[in-house]
Design a protein around this ligand. Structure first.
Ligand code: PGA
Length: 250
């Protein structure tokens, strides 16, 4: 089992928020297997969460890492540093990083390498814009993002891909679940045919997932889990999504 449901807090949280979140999550989660749950808070709270959640098997991970391991790079955090405080995974190439921080496919590829080298699981985010979607370019865009990210990352042996259409993030809009299913199948086929040595553990869906639409998504064969932003900020709501996942996927 690997990480299949990830809470991406983005630029939200505090120590008090983390304490309440863990309490709310644990109180409302009906399963007893925490192994597939991942939390990606702002990096400054990783250590705190690790300590308050020590009795559960919840994996912690970062929302980003630097493309280099050390050196004169003021303000950055490296993969070896997050590994050192107990991270199991790192989100890489989220569309907010690609768009707001101009992250290139080359940098994303270097970051994937750093995470793999440090024996953590990279969660590579890919997704098309609304315009690309309306021009039916989704498959081409996703294939390019995958190939550019993995191509140079010779050391990558395993990874998770999160398919997150840019137009679905934080908007309340989602593609039709059956469409997501066929896109996930295509992602699996691309990785298998182009990078047979890479072990693609899971393909997660991200973009406006909540406890109401979760079952329609998790009913799809190739939707292996989810990367959740807004709805993950409430520990109870995130537990409700995990409970739906438990029923349909475990
Ligand atoms: P959302 O964000 O669930 O708020 O749409 C998902 C993400 O950006 O990972």
């Amino acid at each position: 089992m690997s990480i299949r449901l990830i809470a991406n807090w983005k630029l939200n949280g505090s120590k008090d928020f983390s304490n309440k979140w863990i309490r709310d999550f644990v109180e409302n989660f009906s399963g007893n297997n925490f192994e597939y749950i991942g939390v990606a808070p702002p990096s400054i709270f990783l250590d705190h969460i690790k300590k308050i959640a020590y009795e559960y098997d919840i994996a912690i991970g970062s929302q980003n890492v630097d493309s280099e391991n050390l050196g004169p790079r003021t303000g950055e955090i490296s993969a070896s540093m997050i590994k050192d405080i107990g991270c199991k995974f790192s989100i890489i190439g989220h569309s907010e990083r690609r768009i707001l921080f101009n992250e290139s496919n080359k940098e994303i590829s270097q970051k994937l390498n750093q995470v793999s080298k440090n024996l953590m699981l990279p969660v590579l985010c890919i997704g098309e814009s609304e315009e690309e979607n309306s021009k039916s370019l989704t498959f081409d865009i996703l294939e390019r993002q995958i190939v550019k990210a993995i191509d140079h990352s010779l050391e990558i042996t395993s990874l998770i891909i999160a398919y997150e259409p840019v137009w679905a993030i934080g908007t309340g809009k989602t593609p039709d679940p059956s469409e997501i299913n066929s896109i996930h199948k295509m992602i699996k086929d691309v990785v298998q045919s182009r990078f047979p040595k890479t072990d693609l553990k899971y393909v997660l869906y991200g973009g406006s997932v909540n406890s109401i639409n979760a079952s329609a998504l998790f009913e799809q064969q190739h939707v292996d889990g989810a990367l959740i932003g807004g709805a993950s900020l409430d520990g109870k709501e995130f537990a409700n999504i995990a409970n739906v996942f438990n029923q349909l996927k475990l």
